[in-house]
Design a protein around this ligand. Structure first.
Ligand code: BJW
Ligand code: ZN
Length: 301
């Protein structure tokens, strides 16, 4: 039976050297980003899961691009919430050292989310820290403030990565434009204001194109059946972890869903933060039921 004793959780945190946090859509729910399963999982009349596949993109790139354009616009307007910031603070050794006994501890955030809100929260706390310490604030540059590959793993990619579909090119570029292309402008409002409006059928030439070779570009996210590029690094971090903090995920999608079990089998502890019961949480050492934007900051102190 999992414990919901905050003091016991804090003791487990204090005695951990390597901590991994696995996050899912529930982490961003309080920022207004819909989840995949349950109430938020519909876009227009489609199940979000049916659009997150290579087949859906092949069959109807116009519809799939409208789905991702809608989500890009939502993510661009959203702000990280208290749970993103609580996790970002753990990433910084100066804060982590106050709650973890080991002074060479590590922390890795593995997020399945593609909204970049964790990246932004981390950048914000880093910038605040730098300005407080009197070191030069490096500003909003994504290059200067990028987390290391083990600090933040965005295992399902990003809404703001644009990937060329041409096998001989495969260019990936960051793109935060709003809208991403003129033809998609305003299509997000079809959902917001009236789902019954006819769906535009945007010609392929007017959808986002690769800047290098001009081929059709696709969102740089990992769809069902595609491999997760960081899977080996994620497994290595999980095998070394003493504590796994699982936040706002249904734990139904692999390989992420296997992380807690890897940690447990290697002798580590698992703490689940979710608004609801989820697959496998009866095996967790700690279970904090409730909105993670409240439970996580409270548990991390
Ligand atoms: C709150 C809250 C609040 C709400 N506070 N909580 C082994 C067994 C069986 C199948 C497989 C397997 N290994 C691989 C597979 C196939 C497949 C898979 O897992 N299928 C399952 C459905 C069974 N996996 C793959 O295909 C992966 N690739 C792979 O493994 O390659 C090798 C391989 C291929 C094929 C066969 C075998 C091996 C790729 C998976 C890619 C998933 N991609 C998506 C879309 C990304 C792009 C996009 O965003 O559009 O990722 S699917 C979607 O699900 C998205 C999410 O990241 C992912 C997980 O969802 P998440 O985050 O858990 O969200 P929800 O909505 O499910 O849950 C939200 C939770 O929050 C809920 O629990 C709420 O209660 C909670 N909540 N508000 C706290 N305020
Ligand atoms: Zn290209």
């Amino acid at each position: 039976m999992a414990s919901s004793n905050i003091e016991a959780f804090r003791e487990a945190l204090r005695s951990s050297k390597h901590i991994i946090c696995l996050a899912g859509a529930g982490l961003s729910a309080a920022s207004g980003i819909p989840t995949f399963r349950g109430a938020g999982g519909m876009w227009r009349k489609y199940d979000a899961m049916s659009l997150a596949t290579p087949t859906a993109f092949r069959n109807n790139p116009s519809r799939v691009w409208q789905f991702y354009h809608y989500r890009r616009e939502k993510a661009l307007k959203a702000q990280p919430n208290a749970a993103h910031y609580a996790i970002a603070m753990l990433s910084l050794p100066i804060f982590r050292n106050a709650i973890v006994a080991s002074d060479d501890s590590t922390f890795s955030l593995v997020t399945q989310n593609v909204d970049e809100l964790s990246r932004r929260a981390l950048r914000t706390v880093q910038s605040r820290l730098r300005s407080q310490e009197g070191t030069p604030n490096l500003g909003g540059s994504t290059i200067n403030n990028d987390p290391s590959p083990t600090e933040l793993l965005e295992i399902h990619g990003s809404l703001f990565d644009l990937l060329c579909t041409s096998g001989s090119c495969r260019t990936v570029e960051k793109n935060y434009n709003s809208p991403i292309c003129p033809a998609l402008k305003g299509t997000e409002e079809i959902y917001e204001s009236n789902a019954k409006l006819p769906e535009p059928d945007i010609p392929i030439e007017d959808l986002p194109r690769c800047r290098v070779c001009g081929s059709l570009a696709r969102p740089g996210v990992v769809w069902f059946g595609e491999s997760v590029p960081q899977v080996y690094l994620m497994h290595k971090i999980a095998m070394e972890a003493d504590l796994c903090i699982v936040v706002g995920t249904s734990s139904e999608v692999y390989p992420a869903a296997g992380v807690a079990q890897i940690v447990r089998e290697a002798g580590g502890k698992v703490a689940v933060f979710n608004i609801d019961r989820t697959a496998g949480d009866e095996n967790a050492d700690f279970l904090f039921l409730g909105p993670c934007e409240e439970t996580l900051p409270a548990a991390l102190g």
